[in-house]
Design a protein around this ligand. Structure first.
Ligand code: ADP
Ligand code: MG
Ligand code: ZN
Length: 609
């Protein structure tokens, strides 16, 4: 752990404040009590008292004389004192008047009092002040006394001690973060060329997939300090406190640059603003401050802000604008190989018996995230200890899987084998049709690992080059690909599933725009039937045609969809062997990259049908 210099200075100032306060209190109290006990008289009065023979005893101190009168009745009465003037005849006078005298013990008493009357009370008072103010601070939302300075909630580490090797199964995420590591490592180099450094990246993915771990690994790889704060820590604070903390966080970070600032659970502050008027004012202020800080700081110093969320859809759009969290790094559930790698990372420090087969464990944990897998290993190790064994066996691991996964299965969406099969055929349907048709983008990746955003799998196509114009043929082929998922289910299974809802929506939208916006049908030729005039308001196209025309539009749209659906179905029927082969492979591996996918097709074709 690292504490910024600021923190220490702060503590020192508080210490001084408490001490001064205590000293003032003790001083006042001492004065008051001394006032009760001692009474000052003039030297001349003292001499008068001698002459009047009123004095019974005098104690001579270093510079004071303490006088006891003959009339003194009890101990309660005040002791008189006076300054000891340079009077050479004093002793003589006292002797003459037959007054007892003696060196003063009072001054020793004063010396003693420095401890009992000063130091001890000061210490006790300081102690109470600290306890009381501390308790007060805690009750009032932590940090009343820190005036916006974060003493507890910002975590700072000089060395996270984590690097990319510790994060397994997130190759794509790591790849996109390597660049940030380099920025931080050589921020001078980038600055001297004048390159603008990236300000922030948003790590998106389900809980337990290693977002926090990745953020730490970035700091560890770049060997820079790591500041972290959790979005939820802002929520219960006083108005203005959140904003103050954000300001403080950034100030500290800039002093320590290059460094990483990590905001965990950013959705707690970054929820989109507006909407409900009554809204949480505090959160809004905090968010505004965050935006202002992100815009304000000089990225050439090498401060990179990482944030994590599992609900990217609720984030305020302003956070995602260029110059803020404009990069998104998806940290998704690991596939089979990823799970095996994660298990390998966590089994490192554990003694295992020879029969342990991590691949088998990975196979039996579809949908599990890194945190689950780490948990499984730990559970298994505990079990081994409980049974007085020195090694973890496959049985221990298997038991742990049941323990951890069974509990989660109900909560999380983990596919049954039949569902997995159906999803696999659906996705391969998309991919295969995309490959069989001419005017389509190559397949980049197919996966049936359940996604964050509700879909059960996806097929990702990446264009070879950016396109500004899309031809009619391309649009038709796109629709065919969108409908191919359902088509594959039809070709292979007797039943169809609800898994195509999103495909259907997108296909319909594309088909409709061919009719109404792009003038791609014989029927309507080049007639504009919808316009996008209020694009900046809500982005919805405005229909500008009669009701009869609208029903013809529906008809034309349906035509296109039917044609495409048929085309996909035919294509898949003719290639059903290939569809099955690839699907089996996908069920086995859960994720196929584009080249693996093409490899299977080529191998199959090479052998001849
Ligand atoms: P998140 O922030 O995404 O919720 P964490 O980073 O807090 O998840 O992960 C919790 C723990 O799970 C980590 O400390 C680590 O032990 C383990 N873990 C998660 N993902 C991975 C991974 N990809 N590789 C290795 N361990 C992981
Ligand atoms: Mg986390
Ligand atoms: Zn689909």
């Amino acid at each position: 752990m690292l504490n910024g210099k600021k923190f220490k200075n702060n503590k020192f100032i508080y210490f001084i404040c408490y001490a001064l306060l205590a000293i003032i209190i003790v001083f006042t109290v001492n004065e008051y009590f001394n006032g009760l006990k001692y009474e000052h008289i003039k030297y001349s009065d003292f001499v008068n008292y001698i002459n009047q023979n009123k004095i019974s005893q005098v104690k001579i101190g270093k510079d004071k004389l303490f006088i006891t009168l003959k009339s003194k009745q009890n101990e309660e009465e005040k002791i008189l004192y006076t300054e000891k003037l340079n009077d050479p005849d004093l002793i003589q006078k006292l002797d003459d008047a037959n007054i007892k005298f003696d060196g003063s013990s009072q001054e020793n008493a004063v010396m003693k009092n420095i401890f009992t009357g000063w130091i001890l009370p000061v210490i006790i008072l300081m102690f109470f002040a600290k306890v009381i103010l501390g308790a007060l601070g805690k009750r009032m939302g932590s940090g009343v006394m820190s005036f916006g300075r974060n003493t507890a909630k910002i975590y700072a580490e000089n060395e996270t001690g984590v690097n990319f090797e510790d994060v397994a199964g997130q190759e794509e995420a790591k790849e996109s973060l390597v660049e940030i590591v380099d920025f931080l490592h050589n921020s001078q180099k980038y600055a001297s060329i004048g390159a603008r450094l990236p300000k922030g990246a948003l790590l998106v993915g389900p809980p337990g997939t290693g977002k926090t771990l990745l953020a730490k690994a970035v700091a560890g790889e770049a060997k820079v300090p790591f500041f972290s704060i959790s979005g939820s820590a802002f929520v219960e604070m006083f108005v203005g406190m959140g904003a103050a903390r954000v300001r403080d966080l950034f100030q500290q970070a800039q002093e320590k640059a290059p460094c990483i600032v990590f905001i965990d659970e950013i959705d707690a502050i970054g929820k989109s603003r507006g909407g409900n008027v009554s809204g949480n004012d505090e959160r809004e202020q905090t968010l505004n401050q965050l935006l202002a800080e992100m815009d304000g700081f000089d990225s050439s110093k090498g401060v990179v802000i990482l944030a994590a969320t599992n609900r990217p859809e609720v984030l305020d759009k302003a956070l995602l604008r260029p110059g803020r969290f404009d990069r998104r790094v998806v940290v998704d559930r690991p596939d089979l190989k990823g799970r095996e790698d994660i298990l390998k990372v966590h089994i490192k420090g554990v003694k295992v018996s020879k029969d342990v087969d991590l691949n088998a464990i990975a196979k039996s944990t579809p949908g599990a995230v890194g945190a689950d897998l780490a948990n499984i290993i730990n559970e298994a190790a505990l079990k081994a200890v409980k049974n007085n064994r020195y090694e973890v066996t496959q049985d221990d691991l298997q038991n742990a899987v049941e323990l951890i996964i069974a509990g989660k299965e109900k909560k999380d969406r983990i596919l049954s084998p039949e569902e997995k099969r159906q999803v696999a055929f659906h996705e391969v349907g998309h991919a295969l049709v995309a490959t069989l048709l001419k005017h389509t983008d190559p397949v980049h990746k197919i996966t049936i690992v359940p996604r964050t955003m509700g879909s059960l799998g996806y097929t990702m196509q990446l264009p070879i080059e950016e396109k500004y114009l899309i031809t009619r043929e391309e649009m038709i082929d796109q629709i065919c690909v969108m409908l191919a998922g359902r088509a594959a289910e039809e070709v292979r299974f007797s039943s169809i599933s609800t898994g195509a809802a999103n495909d259907i929506e997108r296909a319909t939208e594309t088909a409709r725009s061919m009719v109404t916006v792009y003038g791609m049908t014989e029927r309507f030729d080049m007639m504009a039937l919808e316009s996008m005039q209020d694009k900046y308001l809500d982005g919805r196209p405005v229909r500008n045609c009669s009701a009869e025309t609208a029903s013809i539009i529906d008809e034309e749209t349906l035509n296109i969809i039917k044609q495409c659906h048929n085309k996909s179905r035919e294509l898949l029927k003719n290639n059903i062997k290939l569809l099955e082969k690839i699907s089996e492979e996908l069920i086995e591996k859960e994720t196929l990259m584009g080249d693996e996918f093409m490899g299977i097709i080529r191998m199959y074709r090479g052998k001849g049908k």
